[in-house]
Structure formats: structure tokens, C-alpha cells
Design a binder for this molecule. Structure first.
Ligand code: C2E
Ligand code: MG
Ligand code: MG
Ligand code: MG
Length: 290
């Protein structure tokens, strides 16, 4: 009987490998035509100032609309696009599309939020990354100050000296920079200081730790916030899901918060509605006075 169950396990394993391999092949195929067929889209997740609910910006989060598999999250396709190098062209599309979205919000009479775009390791290897990004925003007639780029701590530290150059290159042009998912990698504090990035984003693992390991969790988040402030960086807590996390972050003077509690990644029209709410209040007061 033991032998039989062993066989079953083996068969099951083999079947699931085939399914995974097939899915991977489907995604690879989809990636090859996604740019041409317009299968990518962007969702936007708001960032808020701690204390009040002031919107400080949005983060662009990429989705692949697969004809058979449905809407895929970055975890499903970015690793593949990284391996094949397609992420470079996709990354330029993300920035172009973000610029067009900014222009669309403005065309609707809204004050467009600053858009944060994620960069991956392969993109940082492009020697013309900074000038190509500049070309794109100029062509789209958007100011550099309307965009920022996020680089994860792990990727940033892979070649810290090169990352430092890229960050300074972007910031000299007026783009803001953020170190993303901070705390999960191994940072050289000397480099963190040299980067002079505008924002430090605390990985959601630590935000979660405010609830699960209350005392130690608060101590760690408090230390990260102190470090960021000592280096004159703004701190953003990622992955805020509970009011108790939000309360603790506010008590610890975290500058900005982002997470499902305050706002999930949403379609550009929904961000438009959010912006509309903000501008409609003073307009209504003006009307009432007339
Ligand atoms: P990230 O830049 O750290 O983005 C935050 C991720 O956490 C997003 O997942 C977001 O939906 C999710 N998130 C936000 N708030 C919460 C929360 O309260 N709880 C939980 N559990 N999750 C939350 P998403 O959209 O699946 O993106 C995953 C990662 O993929 C991003 O992590 C980023 O590194 C990468 N990514 C997304 N878009 C792009 C892109 O255009 N280019 C590149 N190179 N990478 C991208
Ligand atoms: Mg990010
Ligand atoms: Mg992050
Ligand atoms: Mg992440």
C-alpha cells in the first residue's frame, strides 16, 4: 500500500509540474504579444500623509490581462519578463502610460497626483535608462517632478555604487526616488546615506509586525523611522491593513502610509473619482456663496 501511495504522489507531482510548465509557457507567449495587443494595464494605489487623509501620490502597479488566464499580478509575469529582458520595453511602457494617465487626469480638470513607478534589476543595467526616461516624459509633455521611481533595497544594493549614480541622475532631473521594501534586504548604511533618496518605504512585513509582535515590532519600525529621518528621508509604511497598525504608525511619526486599509490598487477612473471628491468640496462652497 505504501508503494501505491508513493506512486500516486509521483503521478500527482508530475501532473502539477506539467500544469505549471504549461502556465509558464502560456505567460511567455502572452508576454511576447502583450505590448502589441495592449494587454497591459496599470492600477494605482494611493499613498496618504500620516495624520490627515491627504493624498500624497499614487503607485503604478502593472497588470497583464491574459486572454485565457485572466488578470495576472506582477509576481506571475515579472520574473519571466526579467529573465527574457522584456521588462526593459515593458518598463518604458509603464512610464509612458503613467505620463498619459497624468495628462488624462489633468484634462479632466483634476490635480494629478505624483505617480511612483517600480524599476527592476534588469532596467538598472540599461546604460541609457535615465536619458530614455527623460525622453519619454518630454515627449509626453509631463514634468519630471510628476514622477518618482521605486527601487527595492535588495536590487539597490546589488551594485550600490551604480544605483547611487542612477538615483542621483534621476534626482538631478527632478524625479524623486524611493527605496522600496526596506528592511528585508541587507543594506549598507553608508550606501543608504549616499543614495540620498527622497523616500524610504518600510516593507509590509514590519507593518504587519506591529500587530503580531507588538513590542519588538514597534521597536523595529521606530528604529527604521529614526534612521530615515536622520538621513533626511520621508518614511512610507507599506501594507497597512489594520487601524491598530495605522494608530501605531502615527504615534511613531511615520510620514506616509499605504495599504489595503486606506486604499487598494484601483483603476485610473477610480483615482479620478477620488481626486474629484477632493476638488469638489471648495467648488461647492464657492457655488453656495454666489
Ligand atoms: P511593491 O512595489 O512593493 O508594491 C506593493 C505590492 O503590495 C502591490 O502588489 C500591492 O498590491 C501590494 N499591497 C499594497 N497594500 C497592501 C496591503 O495592505 N496588504 C497586502 N497584502 N498587499 C498590499 P502587486 O501589485 O502584486 O505588485 C507586486 C510587486 O511587483 C511590487 O511590489 C513591485 O515590486 C512589482 N511591480 C509592480 N508593478 C511593477 C512595474 O510596473 N514594474 C516593475 N519592474 N515591477 C512592478
Ligand atoms: Mg513599489
Ligand atoms: Mg514595496
Ligand atoms: Mg514588494
Amino acid at each position: 500500500e505504501a508503494k501505491n501511495s508513493g506512486n500516486t504522489d509521483f503521478l500527482y507531482f508530475e501532473k502539477s509540474m506539467t500544469a505549471a510548465a504549461m502556465r509558464s509557457m502560456q505567460i511567455q507567449q502572452a508576454l511576447r504579444e502583450a505590448l502589441d495587443l495592449g494587454h497591459f494595464s496599470l492600477m494605482f494605489q494611493p499613498k496618504f500623509r500620516g495624520g490627515d487623509n491627504e493624498l500624497t501620490g499614487v503607485e503604478a502597479l502593472l497588470r497583464l490581462n491574459h486572454p485565457q488566464l485572466g488578470i495576472l499580478a506582477p509576481a506571475d509575469f515579472i520574473p519571466i519578463a526579467e529573465r527574457t529582458g522584456q521588462i526593459v520595453a515593458i518598463g518604458y511602457w509603464v512610464v509612458r502610460q503613467s505620463c498619459r494617465q497624468i495628462r488624462q487626469w489633468e484634462a479632466a480638470g483634476l490635480i494629478a497626483p505624483k505617480v511612483a513607478v517600480n524599476l527592476s534589476a534588469r532596467q538598472l543595467l540599461q546604460t541609457d535608462l535615465v536619458e530614455t526616461m527623460l525622453d519619454i516624459v518630454r515627449t509626453e509633455q509631463v514634468s519630471c517632478s510628476h514622477l518618482m521611481f521605486e527601487i527595492t533595497e535588495t536590487v539597490a544594493m546589488q551594485d550600490a555604487s551604480k544605483t547611487s549614480e542612477i538615483i542621483h541622475g534621476f534626482q538631478d532631473l527632478g524625479f524623486d526616488m524611493a527605496i522600496d521594501d526596506f528592511g528585508t534586504g541587507y543594506s549598507s548604511l553608508a550606501y543608504l546615506q549616499r543614495f540620498r533618496a527622497k523616500q524610504l518605504k518600510i516593507d509590509r512585513f514590519f507593518t504587519n509586525g506591529l500587530d503580531t509582535h507588538s513590542k519588538e515590532g514597534s521597536a523595529i519600525v521606530s528604529a527604521i523611522i529614526a534612521l530615515a529621518h536622520a538621513l533626511e528621508m520621508e518614511v512610507v509604511a507599506e501594507g497597512v491593513e489594520t487601524t491598530s497598525q495605522l494608530d501605531k504608525l502615527q504615534a511613531l511619526h511615520c510620514d506616509q502610509v499605504q495599504g489595503f486599509l486606506l486604499g487598494k490598487p484601483i483603476a485610473p477612473e477610480a483615482i479620478g473619482a477620488l481626486l474629484q471628491e477632493r476638488v469638489s468640496i471648495p467648488e461647492k462652497i464657492e457655488c453656495a456663496e454666489e
